[in-house]
Design a protein around this ligand. Structure first.
Ligand SMILES: C[S@@+](CC[C@H](N)C(=O)[O-])C[C@H]1O[C@@H](n2cnc3c(N)ncnc32)[C@H](O)[C@@H]1O
Ligand code: SF4
Length: 375
């Protein structure tokens, strides 16, 4: 079983915090789609005939594409891969693109899950982030999506924003849980080099939230989501009724995936590969019938590091037994001492041989993970 990720690199405008690969040059759309069409065909053997159980349109902003453009991509994928019936097909969307008519079009294209980037239900924060939509539009588009028949709905929120108070964060979560969504991704703001937020932070014109307030907001997130019946199944991901993102869960469980489009990553079990993060270069590559990408073969050590990195933040956790079987005695020995140390410190908890983070552990998850890494 495997997944396909398709990176749509266009955004109508850039949010001040975001460092995902994107361009506002939507004039490249037709050439990009032609190049994507080539890549789908050129790489149709990458997953060695494995059945596709998830397809994910990410970005950038996939909802800038028309129904016709999305249908053509889907047809091409179905012609070149064995897509399982009942596959999860997700599209990331911005609220202001989700007009009722467009929602119907998405349904007709076969999209059965939407991940909507809302970020905040407060206009003052949406403006600060340079989002295109208002809080009212955010609420309305989720209701419209549900009415259009989308029962698999996820929304994204960001906390730890400068000026976001605990009260406002609680309001954001309460608003989210009043909506007909069964999945929430809530990310703490990261300041990425090269983004306006990062520049303003360095200049001192934007003030980072204190660590104390950040921790308070993470605690609020865990408490409020639990009260609303949402299970935390990954550090930033919460689901009602086990409606986990099947696509993202398969990354965390080390399954194979093919990434198409500029900057997209692929994994085939033994190597990782990432496409050039440049739309014009991606288009040029297709015209010359070559792919611009980099690739790395993973050593046993690197596979072990990947396993820790992807699994430990999830509810499926890591298992010493599995480490020994999959990566050998040396890795198991490395892991066992570190596991003991963090269990004693109550940062990790063990249940039936599976180790997961405690709430305190989540706060220092990066430090703990780097402790496990074998260089
Ligand atoms: C590929 S992006 C966005 C999808 C879509 N274009 C949108 O903006 O609605 C996926 C999510 O990552 C999160 N994200 C992006 N940059 C972030 C940052 N610097 N810190 C925290 N979360 C971030 C946002 O919640 C965003 O919705
Ligand atoms: S958050 Fe979404 S819309 Fe905003 S710049 Fe990033 S990819 Fe584009």
């Amino acid at each position: 079983m495997a997944g396909i990720y398709i990176h749509i690199p266009f955004c109508r405008r850039k949010c001040y915090y975001c460092d995902f690969y994107k361009t506002t040059n939507t004039g490249l759309t037709e050439n990009f789609l032609a190049a994507l069409g080539h890549e789908i065909i050129r790489r149709n053997d990458y997953l060695q005939g494995e059945k596709i159980k998830t397809i994910y349109f990410g970005g950038g902003t996939p909802s800038v594409l028309t129904g016709e453009q999305l249908s053509l991509i889907m047809e091409n994928i179905y012609a070149n891969f064995q897509v399982e019936s009942g596959a999860e097909i997700t599209l990331e969307a911005n609220p202001d693109d989700l007009e009722p008519e467009y929602l119907q079009t998405l349904k007709n294209c076969g999209i059965n899950r939407l991940s909507i980037g809302i970020q905040s239900f407060h206009d003052e924060h949406l403006i600060k982030m340079n989002r295109r939509h208002t809080a009212a539009q955010a609420v309305e588009c989720v209701e419209n999506a549900f009415e259009a028949g989308f029962s698999e709905l996820s929304i994204d929120l960001i906390y730890g924003l400068p000026g976001l108070s605990a009260g406002q964060w609680i309001e954001n979560l309460h608003q989210a849980f009043r909506l007909p969504v069964n999945h929430l991704s809530a990310y703490h703001l990261t300041y990425h080099e090269g983004t306006p937020f990062y520049t303003w932070l360095k200049k001192g014109t934007l003030k980072e939230l204190s660590e104390k307030k950040s921790i308070e907001q993470f605690n609020i997130l865990l408490d409020e989501s639990a009260k609303a019946g949402f299970e935390q199944y990954e550090i930033s991901n919460f689901a009602r009724n086990e409606k986990y993102s099947r696509h993202n869960s398969s990354y965390w469980q080390g399954e194979k995936y093919l990434g198409l489009g500029p900057s997209a990553h692929s994994f085939n079990g033994s190597s990782r590969r990432w496409n050039v993060a440049h739309t014009e270069a991606y288009i040029k590559g297709a015209e010359k019938n070559i792919s611009y990408f980099e690739e790395e073969q993973l050593s046993e050590k690197e596979k072990y590091n990947e396993y820790i990195l992807t699994r430990i933040r999830t509810k499926w956790g890591i298992s010493l037994h599995e480490i020994e079987i999959r990566f050998g005695e040396a890795c198991a020995e490395n892991a066992s001492g570190i596991l003991r140390k963090y269990v004693a410190a109550k940062h990790l908890i063990e249940k039936n041989g599976i180790y997961t983070f405690t709430r305190q552990g989540f706060f220092i998850s990066d430090t703990i993970i780097s402790d496990f890494m074998i260089i």
